[in-house]
Design a protein around this ligand. Sequence first.
Ligand code: ZN
Ligand code: ZN
Length: 265
Amino acid sequence: MLPLYPRSHLPLLPTGLRRIHAGLNPLHDSSTLTSTWPHRAWVAAGSATVLTSLSHAISAAGASHDPINPVLSAIAGYLLSDLATGVYHWAADNYGSASTPFFGPQIAAFQGHHRRPSTITRRSFANNTHALARAVALVAAPLDFAAGGNPSAHSFLAACGFCIMLCQQFHAWAHEGRRGKLPAAVAAMQDAGVLVSRRQHGRHHRRPYNGNYCIVSGAWDGVLDGCRVFEAAEMVIYFRFGVRPRSWGEPTEEWEEEEAASCGG
Ligand SMILES: [Zn+2]
Ligand SMILES: [Zn+2]
């Protein structure tokens, strides 16, 4: 197996990156799959932000006697959250590295996920969701404050924030090896296309590793892949900045599942 960076450099990495390296190698340190109190605190902050937006949406909708537009806005928030996860996942899979400022740990985590996709199913809930819960708390809370008494804006933020915060849990469910191990309601929502299914996300983990990036519902995958939106963006970035995406090359070990690669699969 090829490490994400030379093992000889590991002692030189900052503590955070050493923990991420260990986290991507759960057999080396299974403690990185468990939740810590800071993880739980960020999930609590993200949940409080979503619930605050929801309560503002309900009270503002009641005051305006307009339930339709807030419901439509919530649906828009749900749909756009799927698009946002697809764009972010595509960018992390294709550009940057573990040493990229600010985003490096998440880029390394996405790369490590391709090597060991089932690890995500063993992460405890707050461990898996805290990073995006923190993003929701820091971004959506001020936006909710700025939304004033607009019920549609509050409901959009509540739905979009909820789905962004939980998208890594949806992603984990899409990696569950056996359908019977999923909660019945989750399996039903995957079957209905409300949540990204195991079959659809499974295509992201097979050659040519350049599609099916969305991890909320997967509703945008057909549009993004069918219209070659990411391929067009990759061409623009290449001709403008000379940077090639990782998906252009022949798939290397970093894309393939470690267990499958070691079996020659
Ligand atoms: Zn990926
Ligand atoms: Zn995955």
